[in-house]
Design a protein around this ligand. Structure first.
Ligand code: C5P
Length: 239
């Protein structure tokens, strides 16, 4: 895979015009993330736009519901022909299993390749304290992440969203072809912003990431295309 194909740029905006502005600024970016804000704001036209430009799509809607509803959402998401879709591992084994089956059926019925489903193990916005005191989960945070990763693997999911910090350990327990998608990445020349526990792009790849989600260091740069190319140059040194 060439370095540019390892970087997923999030479309963290709320209108089609803003999204198109980013797409026009970064013609060399091949993989884009559509999250809740943009999808709830404008819906599927953004997917149509990305497909018209022959981009790969990470539809990050983090499904978490009863099995029947998660399955329906995954079937619909897959029918758009997206590449990656997120589901919360905490939805449980049954929901994860039917999600994978429904995504495969939905893609095939629409003539697309099935997407890889990615499990969210635990939102990185949650701390050990939140886990223990609010969610009442009696496990250390890294152990909980590991258990959710194992549940996702056993349920047939193809990948995980994780911090680069967790990638090394998850690589050891997951099947070799597991797709690990890592946000929390910052080149050493960029501001950390609100991201904690950051890794540089090269360090995140070395830790085992398959894809890196990198937003503001690219989208807020004075010259986004230059920032993107600089990140690709860094990745090329470790690929
Ligand atoms: O601008 P930045 O590089 O921080 O953007 C990272 C993207 O990855 C955002 O779309 C953010 O919502 C998402 N994300 C994250 N941390 C997670 C999961 C998703 O930053 N644990």
């Amino acid at each position: 895979m060439n370095p540019a194909d390892r970087v997923i740029v999030p479309l963290d905006v709320s209108s089609l015009e803003q999204a198109i502005g980013l797409l026009d600024q970064l013609p060399q970016a091949t993989f884009w993330k559509v999250g809740l804000e943009l999808f709830v704001s404008i819906g599927s036209p953004i997917l149509v736009e990305l497909q018209a430009r022959q981009k790969r799509i990470f539809l990050d809607l983090k499904f978490h519901d009863i099995p029947n509803t998660v399955a329906g959402a995954c079937r619909a998401a897959a029918s758009y022909g997206v590449d990656l879709v997120t589901v919360h591992a905490a939805a449980g084994r049954k929901a994860l299993q039917v999600a994978q089956t429904a995504a495969t059926e939905g893609a095939i019925a629409a003539g697309h390749k099935p997407p890889t489903l990615l499990a969210i193990t635990l939102l990185t916005s949650l701390s050990s304290r939140d886990l223990a005191f609010d969610l009442k989960i009696p496990l250390e945070l890294p152990e909980y992440v590991l258990q959710m990763a194992l549940l996702a693997q056993e349920s047939g999911l193809g990948g995980l969203v994780c911090s680069p910090q967790e990638a090394t350990q998850l690589r050891q327990i997951c099947a070799p072809d597991t797709v690990l998608v890592c946000p929390g990445v910052r080149p050493d020349w960029a501001e950390a912003g609100d991201q904690q526990r950051i890794f540089t792009p090269a360090a995140a790849l070395k830790a085992g990431a398959t894809y890196l989600v990198i937003g503001r260091p690219i989208t807020q740069a004075a010259e986004p295309a230059t920032a993107f190319n600089r990140i690709c140059d860094e990745l090329a040194t470790v690929l």
